[in-house]
Ligand binder design. Structure first.
Ligand SMILES: Cc1cc2nc3c(=O)[nH]c(=O)nc-3n(C[C@H](O)[C@H](O)[C@H](O)COP(=O)(O)OP(=O)(O)OC[C@H]3O[C@@H](n4cnc5c(N)ncnc54)[C@H](O)[C@@H]3O)c2cc1C
Ligand SMILES: NC(=O)c1ccc[n+]([C@@H]2O[C@H](COP(=O)([O-])OP(=O)(O)OC[C@H]3O[C@@H](n4cnc5c(N)ncnc54)[C@H](OP(=O)(O)O)[C@@H]3O)[C@@H](O)[C@H]2O)c1
Length: 486
């Protein structure tokens, strides 16, 4: 049992190094402060926000990026996004939200900007963290370390035959910002993750020709379904219906069936359900394919000087190739512990704790679309573990869980480079909330049972009970369904 211990002796206050001031790092710092710990956040760039910064080394946002899920389910549990922001906020609104969060909870004073962590090393009973500021290096001692450096630091680049002969331009989506570069060009986009989908749609408006190559069809769902954010149909109630990941009820069949027919009409219907491949939310992609504005192609076979040949033998003249082929985890300051292949060697108990490293956690090392509340729950758990209020199981038990989770991932998700980082976000959050006793309690929240079971899976549900409850939680949970259905 990992319920919070009641004895005050079990509460240890720690000096904690938090590495990174993206969404995960600022949430971690806030949760640590709440529990009386002393965080120091090291951020290599000059501002908070990580991938959501547009123009800086950590920034991965491009001009058309909006949240994949609605602002109600995408944000931190005790700090809703402003009423003025759109329901699927633009990246500029997301960055503003992160800055507002930092100021609201007075976190900025804990952050050391332009300070990159170079090395993390275990000494007798403490962690030594070496940082670089300009040309100088300094070393500090900490009781605990939270790695929040993100999973989108290094581009994953494919290696197709003949690439060296190609005379056009090749870039990765990491370096793509806005579509003016496509004007008058034949553009090939590779990959159908959210970046590939978004860039293919944009290129279909702004280029001479948009060609889109990918390996397997994926569900392309609209963000809205009958004027309601799509994520409002993922409820706690659904979780208790068998085969919930398939088409769940008459309501769902009614909503999902026309979308399935659209995929069929465009010739892009996946042969597995959205639960296995993960859908991508985009309103325009199917229409643009159907209009012929995007030409879909299978994977690349090889490059020639000015054209690309695909696996079905067809070819296209191409000026620009955008590899939207994702990222690979790289945590250079952990080389000593993670060896050559960081992603493969990241074996974490419930995706947070490496069994062999004491007082050490990884926050935000999951692939998905509601990362803010996921990271926040991980951070709340991490904070309680280092303070001694919540115990971890034995090393052997943690390793067993890791193996079981790997198997679950392999059975549950299609093979992909990021499968080892996959979780089913809402099940996962419930699981972590249980660790800190923050699951909503039916008997204490009977006035909002309908919203808890049949409403959207907002993380605010994890502020009704348990440590650091939020006074506004009940009224916010009541209010949101009315707001979206008005
Ligand atoms: C284009 C794009 C769109 C996305 N859209 C969504 C979405 O719609 N919904 C959603 O939930 N998620 C989305 N995500 C996922 C996104 O990554 C998470 O939402 C979240 O922002 C991750 O935050 P993070 O703090 O874990 O990582 P990051 O945002 O990557 O932040 C890591 C921080 O650590 C710093 N850092 C790295 N190394 C060091 C070091 N050695 N020393 C000091 N500092 C260091 C970096 O500078 C950076 O500021 C998107 C990701 C991308 C790339
Ligand atoms: N809010 C938004 O709208 C938005 C926009 C952009 C990005 N994002 C987020 O940013 C993160 C990264 O997304 P992403 O789209 O950049 O990356 P991604 O989700 O990892 O997708 C990468 C794509 O590239 C393909 N691919 C990888 N290696 C390949 C290879 N060697 N040859 C051919 N294809 C290859 C993958 O195919 P397989 O599936 O077959 O492996 C996949 O389709 C995600 O969290 C995403 O949600 C969000």
């Amino acid at each position: 049992m990992n319920l919070l211990k009641s004895s005050p002796q079990s509460t240890r206050k720690c000096k904690v190094a938090v590495i990174g001031a993206g969404a995960s790092g600022i949430a971690t710092a806030k949760c640590l402060v709440e529990d009386g710990h002393e965080p120091t956040v090291f951020e290599s760039s000059d501002q908070v926000g990580g991938v959501w910064v547009f123009e800086n080394t950590s920034g991965r946002a491009f001009s058309t990026v909006h949240f994949q899920h609605s602002k109600y389910v995408s944000v931190f549990s005790d700090y809703p996004m402003s009423m003025e922001s759109s329901e699927f906020p633009h990246h500029t609104e997301v960055l503003q939200y992160l800055n507002d969060y930092v100021d609201h909870f007075d976190i900025r004073k804990h952050i050391k900007f332009n300070t990159a962590v170079d090395k993390v090393c275990r000494k007798d009973d403490y962690w030594e963290v070496t940082v670089r500021i300009g040309d100088g290096q300094s070393t500090f001692k900490f009781d605990a370390v939270a790695v929040c450096s993100g999973i989108y630091n290094d581009a994953r680049l494919p290696n197709f035959p003949g690439e060296e002969k190609f005379q056009g331009m090749i870039m990765h989506s990491k370096d793509y910002k806005e579509p003016s570069i496509f004007a008058g060009k034949n553009v090939l986009i590779v990959g159908n993750g959210p970046s590939g989908v978004d860039i293919a749609v944009t290129a279909s408006y702004s280029s001479n020709k948009a060609i889109w190559s990918y390996r397997k069809n994926r569900w392309l769902l609209p963000r809205y379904c009958e004027r309601i954010p799509f994520d409002f149909i993922v409820t706690r109630l659904n979780k208790h219906i068998p085969f919930r990941h398939q088409i769940l009820s008459l309501v769902h069949i009614k909503k999902f069936y026309p979308i399935m027919l659209d995929h069929q009409a465009c010739g892009v219907k996946p042969n597995v359900g959205p639960e296995k491949s993960g859908p991508v939310f985009n309103e325009d992609a199917l229409n643009r394919i159907r209009l012929g504005a995007i030409k879909t192609k299978p994977n690349i076979a090889h490059f020639e000087e000015n054209k690309v040949v695909f696996e079905d033998g067809s070819s296209e003249l191409v000026d620009i190739v955008v590899y939207a082929t994702g990222y690979q985890v790289n945590i250079p300051f952990m080389n000593e512990y993670l060896g050559e292949d960081h992603q493969k060697n990241l074996n974490l108990y419930k995706m947070v704790f490496p069994p062999e490293l004491p007082n050490f956690g990884f926050i935000g090392f999951v692939y998905g679309n509601v990362i803010f509340p996921t990271s926040e729950l991980q951070a709340r758990w991490f904070s309680k573990v280092i303070s001694g209020e919540v115990d971890l199981p034995s090393k052997a038990a943690m390793e067993e869980q890791i193996q079981a989770h790997r198997k679950h991932q392999e059975e549950g998700w299609l093979d992909s480079a990021y499968r080892s980082l996959r979780v089913s976000a809402f099940d996962y959050m419930d699981d972590i909330a249980k660790e800190i006793n923050a699951l909503p309690k039916v008997w204490e929240n009977w006035t909002i049972l309908k919203e808890i079971f049949a409403g959207p899976m907002m993380a605010t549900q994890f502020r009704l009970n348990g440590p650091h409850k939020w006074e506004g939680a009940t009224s916010w949970i009541k209010k949101v369904p009315k707001l979206v259905r008005k």
